[in-house]
Design a protein around this ligand. Structure first.
Ligand code: PLP
Length: 398
């Protein structure tokens, strides 16, 4: 057996992909599975975006592009950030990458090494903790609580900073909780960060256009963070483009050359046709995005009360993204057992909260990026399964 580098044992994974593989295997066996496990819109990429990608191929865009991405795409990104947040950013600070994840890998690689600490949300996107460990840094969880809608307390975050802290990862709206951090909490955090000028911040705003009440507040709107804020964003969720592998980072000017060098050392550049599709997404009609958001809002309005009506379930209302993260401790099952048994016995794929960090214990993630009919059927199946467990539970003796 070849001898691996020790850090390979530190890499974690994203269980949603394992659940997807298991769900597909069960489907191949002829079982009916409703997949509420994977976090991707159930819509096709809007037609005008697909057409732009097809046209780019037909027009001969088959070669390498600049490592940082084609200029018209970077210009479209900054115009879109201006439209959404009123901020003016130079396209020279935009690095186009193959998917949102890549910005996170680059940022963590840039700051993480043994002896350093990186703060990250827990429960949170599992790749943060995985890559922090891989980098050799110590992951320091920012614990998110159901009681405040899975936001955080700014003072609590600031209190976790030590002289070893190099990077703070934030994610709002959040996966897996749907939590949204309110502006007043961001204001307090940014004010407190003035006391820690050497700490970088990576703000994962990939669900930034998926907010149900009010508008998304981007950390790019705080000019005092400009020289240490990395913005992670991309097309996957907003434009139903998960398979195109297209994302971008906005980097502080001083960090940009390092990020670009990481790109040149890894993927060289992003698939040219996807970049043309990305321009069409940002500059084309907004109606398809609005229609998808309206569908998510309708599904949220159904799923949250429906989950709350299940015995043993308690579900906070998610402010953004397309995830519900119900607390299931009242069912008497632990999260992992419930995930496995709901998939195998009720035909509903969910993801255990423990896949998102230790503090996700007691919850499961339900992606409501599925049709209303599928959601109704899933809730019916879960409810029926829970009833059967209660009926078969041994009678309690006094
Ligand atoms: N950040 C968060 C919070 C996510 O939930 C995801 C995908 O699920 C990503 C980043 C990665 O997105 P992409 O598929 O564009 O790499």
């Amino acid at each position: 057996m070849p001898i691996l580098a020790a850090r390979m044992s530190q890499l974690g994974t994203e269980s949603a992909f394992e659940v997807l593989a298991r769900a597909q295997a069960l489907q191949r066996e002829g079982k009916s599975i409703i997949n509420l496990g994977i976090g991707q819109p159930d819509f096709a990429t809007p037609a005008h975006i697909v057409e732009a990608g097809r046209k780019a191929l037909a027009d001969g865009h088959h070669g390498y592009t600049p490592a940082n991405g084609i200029l018209p795409l970077r210009e479209a990104v900054v115009a879109d950030l201006h439209r959404r947040h009123g901020v003016t950013i130079s396209p020279d600070r935009v690095l186009i990458v193959p998917g949102g994840k890549v910005t996170m890998f680059f940022a963590i690689s840039m700051f993480g090494e043994p002896g350093t600490e990186i703060l990250y949300p827990n429960p949170g996107f599992p790749i943060y903790e995985s890559v922090i460990r891989y980098s050799g840094a110590t992951p320091v969880p920012i614990r998110l609580h159901e009681s405040n809608g899975f936001s955080f307390d700014a003072e609590e975050v600031l209190g976790l900073i030590t002289p070893r802290t190099r990077l703070i990862i934030l994610n709002s709206p959040a996966n897996p909780t749907g939590g949204v951090v309110p502006k007043h909490e961001l204001d307090r955090l940014v004010a407190g960060l003035a006391r820690h000028p050497d700490v970088a911040i990576m703000s994962d705003e990939i669900y930034g256009e998926m907010v149900y009440e009010g508008t998304h507040v981007s950390l790019t709107t705080y000019p005092e963070l400009e020289d240490r804020l990395i913005l992670l964003d991309g097309w996957s969720k907003t434009y139903a483009m998960t398979g195109w592998r297209l994302g971008f980072g906005v980097w502080p000017a001083a960090l940009f050359p390092y990020a670009e060098r990481l790109a040149i050392n890894s993927h060289s550049c992003v698939n040219a046709a996807a970049q043309f599709a990305g321009i069409a997404a940002l500059t084309g009609p907004r109606a398809p995005v609005e229609q998808m958001m309206a569908a998510f809002a309708e599904r949220r309005a159904y799923i949250v009360p429906a989950l709350n009506a299940l015995p043993g379930f308690r579900c906070a209302t998610p402010g953004g993204a397309f995830y519900a993260f119900p607390n299931i401790t009242g069912t008497g099952f632990d999260s992992r057992t419930l995930q496995t048994r709901l998939l195998n016995e009720a035909g509903v794929a969910t993801v255990s909260g423990t896949s998102f960090g230790a503090f996700g214990d007691g919850n499961v993630r339900i992606s409501y990026a599925a049709s209303l009919d599928a959601l109704r059927e899933a809730v019916g199946r879960i409810g029926g399964w829970l009833e059967r467990q209660r009926a078969h539970a041994p009678a309690r003796t006094a």
